[in-house]
Design a protein around this ligand. Structure first.
Ligand code: ADP
Ligand code: ZN
Length: 618
């Protein structure tokens, strides 16, 4: 293990291993198959990067995306680590160079795509290379129960026959038992060690706030992280475009991202985000696996993810460097309705596709079963949002783990950030009586317009300007009142009918509220939310923030000059430590986290110059 320490310091500039890294590395060294499940940011890559540097062998990493491979190889090379990749994005000359280096024993870690790995000529080449181990990254792609099923992963099972002496090491962040079981079986792992880490991400602050005016709420979240990296997730492509445009008009360095854009434009956006010339990406969930910016400080969900697994995956992109980060989700019961409508439409479309092929009842039954699973997952997400329990606790419990602390100090519930509307019962009564006045025949939009006294053609035509409830809610905007109505639906105090034109109707319990026999609690977010938790503030103690910014600017220039992501040069953790210690000469840099040997030699002088200039000026 002393060798591990030396290698860890030499290439990465780290001093201690994270939980389960030692165990995963021990399996690799002993040639024992293993499945390692660690949350995003848990440090899976190090588990397969260290072993070949200990025994000088060649290992192969299977990785699902070219962008992901490229970034990892760039990062490793910057640290002086002998890694290479083979993928379809390279030309013949580049590929030849890698083959030559491989034969000369100059590569210890080779990244390949699953498609390439199972090609005949690649398998033939493997025979001559004495591969010791295979690491299967993002191994959940092999499972249909996972969220990014990739059929090519299924073929990896043939590795067992072709390279019988190598051990297999699967890595994933997907924790459900079903996916785990699938990986073990599909890859035919033998007597595998199963290492499952803790899923709680202690450095994330979770917030689930009632959605009132989502634009303003998003802008406020971004303002808490001005100049830092933020990902904003939206449900539709159109939403990403309009929200990004609006943010840009307010001076935020933002861009949109979705699968409908051209390759080149998508690539440009990803690159700008990586080299830090772009702060905010407003995206659909298509913005995912390829992003490897470790200093994302905030992930915003403007609408509900369709399962807790998706939520965990998407929020997992925040704070991968271990520093504090915020995850905020704006919840509205309306989003549940939207998802249900989408699921139903999808099923109808699938049934239509099968057309008159009535013999295929089995397929219809399978589609129906899949829809039921999705609805169940959606309900799990809804319960998470509407419950008033600690978010860290709830997420741990969902993944089958216990959470010990009674107050996490890092979620909206424990931080007591949701405020009760002072006259909730009266407000509820106003809404309910308006539903009665319009004879339970109108939808949410119309009822809200009546209550706020909207001056529209539809109002005049319906004659509802004459109702006693017209304009009786004066102090709330239409979006804020809409959020209130959805809370009433969530609490079962109002019914929203299903179908094409849903309308609001009274429920069994509405009358008790109208007659003053039942009180109603309605929630709204507090005006000002903290940027850091108490713990996070401690970790920033003594950090010279001006110097941190100066170092970031320097890093961004270098990243753009060299066409690499900024984190490939240094992570924020390193810059934070530099901005705390303010070392004046290269000798003082040696013990800093993230300052490996090659980086010290390459950047030491430049870093000291930035520090000296800043300190001199201050
Ligand atoms: P994962 O693949 O599990 O999502 P990564 O392997 O990308 O996570 O690691 C996340 C971050 O943590 C990276 O910036 C990595 O350099 C850092 N890291 C990993 N292991 C350690 C360690 N033992 N000490 C300090 N930092 C680490
Ligand atoms: Zn909590």
């Amino acid at each position: 293990m002393a060798r591990v320490q030396a290698v860890l310091r030499q290439y990465w500039g780290y001093d201690t291993l994270r939980p389960l890294q030692a165990e995963a590395i021990a399996c690799a060294m002993a040639g024992r198959d293993a499945l390692t499940v660690l949350p995003t940011g848990g440090g899976k890559s190090l588990c397969y990067q260290i072993p070949p540097m200990l025994d000088g062998k060649l290992d192969i990493v299977v990785s699902p995306l070219i962008a992901l491979m490229k970034d990892q190889v760039d990062g490793l090379r910057e640290a002086g680590y002998p890694a290479a990749a083979l993928h379809s994005g390279m030309d013949a000359a580049e590929r030849r160079a890698v083959h030559t280096a491989l034969r000369a024993g100059q590569v210890h870690l080779l990244f390949v795509s699953p498609e390439r790995l199972v090609m005949d000529d690649f398998l033939a080449m493997l025979k001559g290379l004495a591969v010791r181990r295979f690491a299967i990254d993002e191994a959940h792609c092999i499972s249909q129960w996972g969220h990014d099923f990739r059929p090519e992963y299924r073929q990896l099972a043939i590795l067992r026959q072709h390279v019988p002496h190598a051990s297999l090491h699967a890595y994933t962040a997907t924790a459900t038992p079903r996916v785990r079981e699938d990986i073990l079986q599909q890859l035919r792992l033998k007597d595998a060690a199963v290492l499952v880490g803790r899923f709680d991400r202690a450095n994330l602050i979770y917030r689930v706030l009632p959605k009132t005016d989502v634009r303003d709420q998003t802008a406020a979240a971004i303002a808490r992280h001005a100049g830092e990296a933020v990902i904003v997730y939206c449900l539709s492509r159109k939403d990403t475009e309009s929200l990004a445009a609006w943010l840009k008009s307010r001076g935020v360095r933002a861009a949109h991202y979705h699968a409908g854009m051209g390759n080149e434009e998508r690539h440009r956006t990803q690159e700008a985000f990586a080299d830090e010339s772009l702060d905010v990406v407003v995206a659909t969930v298509a913005f995912g696996m390829g992003i490897d910016r470790s200093n994302v400080r905030c992930v915003v969900h403007t609408s509900l993810p369709k399962s807790i697994e998706h939520y965990q995956q998407e929020t997992g992109r925040a704070g991968r460097d271990g520093l504090e980060a915020e995850c905020v989700l704006f919840y509205s019961g309306g989003d549940i309705m939207r998802w249900k409508a989408i699921l139903e439409k999808r099923q109808a479309a699938e049934a239509g596709e099968e057309g008159d092929n009535a013999a295929d009842g089995a397929q219809t039954a399978a589609a129906e079963a899949a829809r039921r699973v999705q609805l169940e997952l959606l309900r799990g997400m809804q319960r998470f949002c509407t419950s008033a329990h600690c978010r860290h606790h709830a997420l741990s419990a969902y993944f089958g783990q216990t959470y010990e602390r009674p107050n996490c100090g890092a979620c909206d519930v424990c931080l007591d950030e949701v405020e009760e509307v002072s006259d909730g019962t009266v407000l509820a009564q106003k809404v309910l009586s308006c539903v009665v006045r319009v004879e339970q025949r109108f939808g949410i939009g119309h009822v809200v317009d009546v209550l706020v006294g909207a001056e529209t053609e539809a109002m005049r035509r319906s004659g509802h300007t004459e109702l006693s409830t017209y304009g009786i809610v004066k102090d709330l905007s239409a979006p804020a009142l809409t959020a209130v109505v959805y809370q009433l639906v969530d609490q079962g105090l109002l019914v929203r009918t299903e179908g094409e034109r849903p309308v609001l109707q009274l429920s069994e319990t509405s009358r008790a509220v109208l007659h003053g026999q039942q009180t109603v609690r309605l929630l709204k977010p507090r005006e000002r939310l903290r940027k850091h938790t108490v713990r996070g503030e401690k970790s920033l103690e003594g950090v010279d923030s001006g110097l941190f910014e100066a170092l970031r600017r320097w890093r961004q220039e270098e990243a753009q000059r060299r066409h690499v992501p900024a984190y490939v040069i240094f992570h924020d953790t390193t810059l934070t430590e530099l901005a705390r210690l303010r070392p004046r000469d290269v000798g003082g840099l040696a013990g800093v986290t993230g300052m490996g040997e090659k980086k010290l030699a390459q950047w030491g002088e430049a870093v000291c110059a930035v520090i000296a200039e800043h300190v001199g000026r201050a």
